[in-house]
Design a protein around this ligand. Structure first.
Ligand SMILES: [Fe+2]
Ligand SMILES: [Fe+2]
Length: 228
């Protein structure tokens, strides 16, 4: 009887923990969407002076930073979803750590968007929900694939941020400082996932991921040109 009672107690504690996790992540999600993110690290552009930008350059930089902000909302949701379904506590911790730094990226891009005179994408809740579902599904495939998905995502985001560095106006050193630090962080996240035993994803999956990422960027870009 003792053993049965203990098994019941264990199961109860496990269920309690799962609920706690779910509630914590839900709370984090609401904060991502509806309040301003805060950064523990100092903003990378804190000592960088604001440059002279023409109206067109400002609009262009704003559009790029808005795409980046939206990408960070997705990263947050993705890692939250992945952490929810990850099995190994160490993998969960790695995902939480990455998600935490994505919140800082959110804070940096959000402030820069404001400085450039814009607002966050109105479609963020939509991106958030989609990414959360993808993250939960990735986690269900098992830790090795879950981390493999994280590693590949970070590589792709890193490459995407590199392309933004060549697109941003040269004199916009503030935006560039933020994007550079974000790129370095994303590559560190990829390394971390690799060290935790990420599997190398098959090439067709990687290509599919590239496709959906570029479609997302396209959608945001369309909104940007529509001036919404
Ligand atoms: Fe990020
Ligand atoms: Fe990242």
């Amino acid at each position: 009887l003792d053993q049965t009672q203990r098994a019941h107690a264990d199961q109860h504690a496990w269920r309690q923990r799962e609920w706690d996790n779910l509630i914590t992540e839900f709370d984090r999600g609401l904060r991502t969407l509806f309040s301003s993110a805060r950064s523990v690290r100092p903003h990378p552009d804190r000592h960088v002076a604001e440059a002279e930008l023409s109206a067109a350059e400002k609009r262009h930089a704003l559009g790029l930073m808005r795409v980046n902000h939206c990408g960070e909302v997705c990263a947050q949701a993705l890692y939250q979803g992945q952490a929810l379904t990850a099995r190994d506590p160490a993998a969960r911790e790695a995902l939480r750590h990455a998600a935490f730094e994505e919140v800082e990226h959110l804070a940096w891009t959000e402030q820069r968007i404001r400085e450039l005179g814009g607002h966050r994408s109105l479609f963020n809740p939509l991106w958030y929900t989609g990414s959360l579902a993808i993250g939960i599904s990735a986690g269900l495939l098992g830790d090795k694939w879950n981390l493999g998905f994280l590693e590949e995502t970070e590589h792709q985001v890193g490459a995407h941020l590199d392309s933004h560095l060549s697109e941003l106006p040269v004199q916009d050193a503030k935006s560039r400082a933020i994007v550079t630090q974000m790129r370095d962080d994303e590559l560190k996240h990829a390394e971390m996932a690799h060290d935790f035993g990420a599997a190398d994803l098959p090439a067709p999956i990687k290509n599919l991921m590239k496709l959906s990422a570029s479609q997302l960027a396209c959608l945001v870009a369309i909104r940007r040109t529509c001036g919404q």
